[in-house]
Design a protein around this ligand. Structure first.
Ligand code: NAD
Ligand code: DAU
Length: 340
């Protein structure tokens, strides 16, 4: 099996490639990544020596390059992780999100059709359902995205399903809740809190800090994605969640406890515009149809995550490039936080 994986140098993609390569050592992996600020070749160190793994620098929204890649490698299947993934960045500059997350997906779908691939798996998100105060979203729930990132992902899901219905492209979709774990770029809540706490810097908590996310340990998500890839039905959508619903302030305080840091670092800042109050998914479909369930309780996952970042301070330092600093300097100074 020849699997083309896009966005494999990012957080979930790199964890997935390691997982997939261990589980299916005889499959060939072609990792296509643009290496944006979030893509890091270090995330897959060691793998480049393997004969069944190939990295190709490429942009999924560049049709000509992608055509050459598909023609050269003739994949049997495509798993699309590539995306601009950070909500705050999408609020500051939405255009790139539409280009990668929508146009990029349309290019992958056209080429997949042309090359008669056997399976197309789109990696999507719970954010596209929008906020829910009580209960949980099922795969059939309407999509009400609240920010440019989630709107671009919702549009992509629509297109994937349209290609399945119109052209019988063998496509399926996973929609997961918030992932955490090793190799997550330190702009998302958990790694950002860890890095700021390590430097005794203020930890920005948006609004009242009582927004709820359902935290999924990244290895559990990798297992779920592979399960859907192997056993999921074509034309179907599968929710994936950790069943660990927590407020942001609880998560931040837990990390401070693990690092033995003072809660005085917590700094409440202006809320994110369009900030979804709560995300919650029903995962009864993936349980029933694929036999998957989450394995890692938050207490275990966060301990492992903090330990990984403490052990990998060089990786963390290398992430803090000029691009990272200049975006956040501007972003947080607008929100009245100077010591970033
Ligand atoms: P990430 O930002 O860490 O990684 C994205 C990767 O995609 C990077 O390696 C980047 O270089 C690459 N990329 C970006 N634009 C590209 C382009 N035009 N062409 C090729 N490569 C490009 O993101 P992540 O957190 O690993 O998320 C991966 C996928 O999972 C995304 O599709 C995201 O929407 C989805 N998702 C993420 C979460 C989460 O909690 N992180 C939850 C649900 C779904
Ligand atoms: O739900 C799945 C989504 O989870 C993915 O689709 C996205 O790619 C991923 O980025 C993530 O989106 P969130 O916006 O939920 O993640 P983030 O880590 O940015 O924020 C988590 C919560 O913490 C959210 O309520 C906003 C809040 N927050 C975030 C940051 C970065 C803060 O309070 N302070 C912060 O500095």
């Amino acid at each position: 099996m020849r699997v083309l994986i896009t966005g494999g140098c990012g957080f979930i993609g790199s964890n997935f490639i390691r997982y997939y390569n261990n589980k299916h050592p005889y499959h060939k992996i072609y990792n296509i990544d643009k290496l944006t600020y979030a893509g890091n070749l270090e995330n897959l160190r060691g793998l480049e020596k393997r004969k069944n793994y190939h990295f190709i620098k490429g942009d999924i929204s560049d049709a000509l390059t992608m055509k050459k890649i598909f023609r050269q490698f003739r994949p049997d299947a495509v798993i699309n992780f590539a995306a601009e993934s950070h909500v705050d960045r999408s609020i500051e500059s939405p255009a790139l999100f539409l280009k990668t997350n929508f146009i990029g997906v349309s290019i992958l779908l056209n080429l997949s059709l042309e090359c008669r691939i056997k399976k197309f798996l789109q990696i999507s998100t719970d954010e596209i359902y929008g906020s829910i105060l009580h209960g949980s979203f099922r795969e059939s729930s309407p999509l009400t995205p609240s920010n440019p990132y989630s709107a671009s992902k919702a549009a992509a899901d629509g297109l994937v399903m349209a290609y399945y219905k119109t052209y019988t492209l063998p496509a399926l979709i996973t929609r997961s809740s918030n992932n955490y774990g090793p190799y997550q770029f330190p702009e998302k809540l958990i790694p950002l809190t860890i890095i700021n706490a390590l430097h005794n810097r203020a930890i920005p908590v948006y609004g009242d800090g009582k927004h709820i996310r359902d935290w999924l340990y990244v290895e559990d998500n990798c297992e779920a994605i592979d399960t859907v890839f192997q056993r999921g039905a074509i034309g179907e959508i599968y929710n994936i969640a950790g069943e660990n619903e927590l407020t942001n302030i609880y998560v931040v305080k837990k990390i401070l406890q693990h690092l033995d840091k003072n809660e005085s670092l917590v700094t409440f800042v202006k809320d994110r515009p369009g900030h979804d109050r709560r995300y919650a998914l029903s995962i009864s479909k993936i349980r029933r149809h694929c036999g998957w369930h989450p394995k890692t309780p938050f207490s275990t996952g966060i301990k492992k995550t903090v330990a990984w970042y403490l052990k990998n301070k060089r990786w963390l330092k290398n992430c803090q490039t000029g691009a990272y600093r200049s975006f956040y300097k501007k972003y947080y100074s607008k929100r009245g936080l100077k010591n970033i």
